[in-house]
Design a binder for this molecule. Sequence first.
Ligand SMILES: [Zn+2]
Length: 267
Amino acid sequence: MWQSIFGKSQEDEKMDSPNLQLDPFLFEQVDKASHIVALTGAGISAESGIPTFRGEEGLWKIMRPEELANFDAFMENPDRVSEWYEHRREIIDNVEPNPGHKALASMQEEFDYVTIITQNVDGLHQRAGSENVIELHGNIYRNYCVDCKKRYDYNNLRPSEGAPICDECGGYIRPDVVWFGESLPMAAVNEAEQHAASADVMFSIGTSGVVYPAAGLPRMAKSHDAYLVEINPEHTDISLIADETIRMKSGIALPELLNQYHSWKYS
Ligand SMILES: [Zn+2]
């Protein structure tokens, strides 16, 4: 019923030029860094074919995401909101981590201390093999009861027609994602800020740089003397403060960055 959205993933692949010549200064920074932080946003998920809220088609186009992704909307019509999340999970189940996700996972293996902070809720970093991913906006596969807060893994939820119901207390079970009007999980935010403040190199990848507090992390890193590298096909507010900007999709830029780094280091 929703297949129409699956075909859009590789849309403007041809726009990406593989002719990326990186400055050896960047490799020096990466090489001597004892802590590298990557902040990722919707852009890296979009490269895997996950539409942003705005890009939705079909049934959901008639509703604004704000009308679905908030607590009142859920309590008013839990079945509808649950169905929307089921639809979003279905999309995610049908896509794969892209070379950008995989390059970050390789970096975690290769370098001592690489932290990933993400605004995405899709778990694609983990599927690419990353560990220690700080999720600022939650994870769509985790759920909890709105009443007793009992936690449910998506796989433990009994399939249901409408909103799933808590087996302890009969309350509605909601996805563990940050909805409009809700605050971000404090523990994740604090952890992210600590990492940003101690980063030697920070990559800001596919994030618009306008949604706080995530948007504050590159600024915080920069003010603590991190070397700030933006990877984004679009100009953003982060571009203004970045030491270096790579105007490409992460799936092209990150593997290429690793390749060139290896050539620089081992030749
Ligand atoms: Zn409950």
